[in-house]
Design a protein around this ligand. Structure first.
Ligand SMILES: Cc1cc2nc3c(=O)[nH]c(=O)nc-3n(C[C@H](O)[C@H](O)[C@H](O)COP(=O)(O)OP(=O)(O)OC[C@H]3O[C@@H](n4cnc5c(N)ncnc54)[C@H](O)[C@@H]3O)c2cc1C
Length: 343
């Protein structure tokens, strides 16, 4: 009980008692180091993990970190386990830093005639004097597919959509909203600025449905999650469409603009084996483009099995050697998710 009180006082979360009703399954979320729109301000899952308990080979339980908010003692094994995609150990408990949710959140949606104007608005939002909680975008194709379901009258003239959000206590959020509005206004066809809780919830529900709507458009899609420096976002958005065009496939993207993270997507029906084969070739060009622009083959989804060989595109052989060495130290018999992350 004492440690739980201590945890609360330090703003930390104590893993619930085994069998407690509130116990939740968060191991997969930590193992994937998942993120989303609000990772721009709040970071991805790993930013909140202060401790991990894991089962590692040959079957030992280890605990790294815990209630401590800072820990510089050893190598950062906690960060190695975060995002390890189940390849280094089985996470059985985590300690999380928690903060109260923001009192208010006000999104703004800017509609632009082209990607250039939209990307300028994205950069203006980043230097508007507030830290937006999210900065998202949709390209022209994704806009065409999803805007008919936009919560208010569809903005058919827009070829690029930017969503930003200001949050905090009401006063801070309103001031942030005003600053972001100014940043979005420049070059916009129009700006939608809901404040009511219902309208805000509807907007994010629409945004949550983007991936499903894109998938339904052609009866399937193949998406990747490349990430580039934010000043290369426009080039990566155009590059995604160009890679598709070179292979005769419709391509599009949307994603976490503030993080430079694109969901670059090829629209192909699930049953179309020929097109799926073409996409595999196109993907290699997409990854090459991401690296050329100074980015990475994955900003969010990790490597899994399908991308497990791609690390050599962006890391030197010596770095790959260290990476493979980590896997061997944690899992010498390669029993944990073999073929994932490390080929
Ligand atoms: C590599 C990867 C990255 C992803 N990134 C994102 C993202 O950034 N944003 C987003 O919204 N969604 C993301 N997803 C979708 C994913 O479904 C969610 O992140 C979800 O939080 C995963 O939790 P889950 O319990 O469903 O895990 P599962 O889907 O069951 O497992 C996901 C991965 O974690 C491993 N794993 C599961 N439990 C544990 C454990 N206890 N210990 C160790 N390893 C474990 C699995 O082997 C698997 O490799 C990602 C999925 C994957 C596979």
């Amino acid at each position: 009980m004492h440690v739980k009180r201590l945890a609360r006082e330090n703003g930390l979360f104590f893993p619930p008692d085994p069998g407690a009703a509130e116990q939740s399954q968060i191991g997969g979320n930590v193992a994937t180091n998942a993120g989303g729109p609000h990772a721009f301000k709040y970071g991805v899952t790993g930013a909140w993990v202060t401790g991990i308990e894991a089962v590692v080979a040959p079957g030992e339980v280890v605990t790294i970190g815990g209630f401590v908010r800072k820990d510089a003692a050893g190598y950062d094994l906690r960060s190695l386990l975060v995002g390890s995609e189940g390849t280094l150990g089985l996470i059985t408990a985590v300690w999380l830093r928690l903060i109260p949710p923001p009192e208010a959140a006000y999104p703004l949606v800017g509609f632009y005639p082209d990607a250039g104007a939209g990307c300028r608005a994205i950069q203006a939002s980043m230097v508007a004097g507030v830290v937006p909680s999210a900065i998202e975008y949709l390209d022209a194709v994704v806009g065409r597919i999803t805007l008919p379901a936009f919560p208010v009258r569809p903005q058919h003239t827009a070829a690029f959509v930017v969503i930003v959000e200001a949050d905090g206590d009401v006063e801070t959020a309103l001031a942030g909203r005003a600053a972001l509005r100014e940043a979005l206004d420049e070059g916009a066809v129009s700006v939608y600025a809901p404040t009511g809780a219902k309208d805000v919830a509807e907007l994010w529900r629409w945004r949550d449905g983007v991936s499903g709507a894109v998938d339904a458009h052609r009866g399937g899609k193949v998406s990747e999650d490349i990430c580039v420096p934010v000043d290369q976002l426009e080039a990566a958005i155009a590059g995604t469409v160009e890679v598709g065009a070179r292979h005769g496939i419709d391509a599009c993207s949307w994603g976490h603009a503030g993080d430079g993270n694109l969901h670059s997507t090829f629209l192909v029906a699930r049953g179309d084996a020929d097109a799926q084969q073409v996409v595999r070739t196109a993907m290699q060009e997409l990854f090459a483009m991401a690296i050329e622009l100074g980015g990475t083959v994955s900003g969010e989804h990790g490597l899994g099995r399908t991308k497990s060989g791609q690390l050599s595109r962006q890391w030197a052989p010596d770095a790959i050697r260290l990476h493979e060495g980590v896997k061997r130290v944690f899992d010498p018999k390669a029993l944990l998710n073999p073929g994932v992350k490390a080929p």
